[in-house]
Ligand binder design. Structure first.
Ligand SMILES: [Zn+2]
Ligand SMILES: [Zn+2]
Length: 160
């Protein structure tokens, strides 16, 4: 849930990706990478059930520690939209941003206009050396617009 399905015909060489990141190649690590290739922007629970369907059984705890190692190694990006569980994806290093649906939580990539970090310059840096602007756009996805949004969003529109 909260993610777009994506089919991947020619699977990338995940063992190579792990070796390149100086991580040992294990079945659970490969399983997590395969799941991430299928589910973009997935939370740990969703990834755990996907890996379980591939490998038989894996604990959510294992998935959490595998994801933490991947984020640390820079091969997985974690985003944490307010009020949603942390989401994970394989698309790293391009400083893309996200649009999150307020109603159903569907998360979609949107390219960074500038292409490199930080893509936004604040009016005042207060002497900080800036390296990133984390941008999340919030709105209502097309599917939810068709369904008429939620009571909550209608109330917001009516200013209630
Ligand atoms: Zn939606
Ligand atoms: Zn993304």
């Amino acid at each position: 849930m909260g993610s777009e399905a994506r089919t991947n015909q020619d699977e990338p060489d995940f063992a190579e990706l792990l070796r390149g990141a100086k991580l040992r190649v294990t079945a659970s690590r490969l399983g997590v990478l395969r799941s991430l290739a299928r589910l973009s922007h997935a939370d740990a629970e969703t990834i755990a059930s996907e890996v379980t369907s591939q490998l038989g059984s894996v604990s959510t705890q294992t998935v959490y520690s595998v994801l933490a190692a991947f984020v640390e190694a820079g091969i997985v990006r974690r985003i944490e939209p307010a009020g949603h569980p942390a989401l994970h994806e394989l698309r790293v290093g391009d400083n893309h941003h996200h649009i999150v649906c307020r109603t159903c939580g569907t998360t979609t990539d949107v390219d960074c206009v500038v292409g490199k970090r930080p893509c936004l310059t604040p009016s005042e840096t207060h002497g900080y050396l800036l390296d990133e602007a984390e941008v999340t756009f919030w709105g209502i996805c097309p599917g939810c617009q068709e369904r008429g949004g939620t009571l909550q969003s209608r109330a917001l529109l009516q200013g209630a």
